[in-house]
Design a protein around this ligand. Sequence first.
Ligand code: MG
Length: 242
Amino acid sequence: MFDTEKQNYLSRSGFSSISLKAMLFDMDGVLFDSMPNHATSWIGATAAYGLSMTREEAYMNEGRTGASTINEIALRTWGREASEQEIKQIYSKKTEIFNQCPVAMPMEGAWEILQKAKAAGIRIVLATGSGQKTLLERLNRHFPGIFTPENMVTAYDVKFGKPNPEPYLIALRKAGVSANEAVVVENAPLGVRAGVAANVFTLAVNTGPLADAVLLAEGADALLPSMTSLDESFYDFVESFR
Ligand code: MG
């Protein structure tokens, strides 16, 4: 499995081998099926302030900070960046709508993958741009015994965030491994870009509505259609990186 992809990774990364010791997981759209809620709340919040954002744009911008997302849409619609006040208002509207959405459930296959990785002695690190205060509590409720602050990189730990490689570079440090000893699991174009820029083998799981080509164009080293498919092929996957 992934023989060609692995060879391509080695040539692009400059490493002579890959040896899987850690898996670095994104959260939204990978561990939780939360992207539909984010898209819905972005569309609602921007519409409330006379901006228009498509569902596709919401997925394309996943991982960007709120301010940067708002500015991009403002530039396109108003021909200028949003003011600090506008950013604050739109983002708080986004949060308000998000909090009214039904609670996102774990992504199908995620819990199985985490358990298998743990049992195989693979270190697990979360790398998310999210900064929700109840994050750890939610993770522990759905994925008990996997996450502690020591193996999490959140909005509070980073200066730049994705698509900057920073979150994954910190995740590597937390895992205590080098870039060729890890695999990034990402669903978003900008997250894939961050993983690739961190020089880590980046597996895209296309759990959303975007075309595979969008994730591959960001440099994804391999692509699977879902977390379920990663779960089903988990041991083959691990074997090919040992
Ligand atoms: Mg994501």
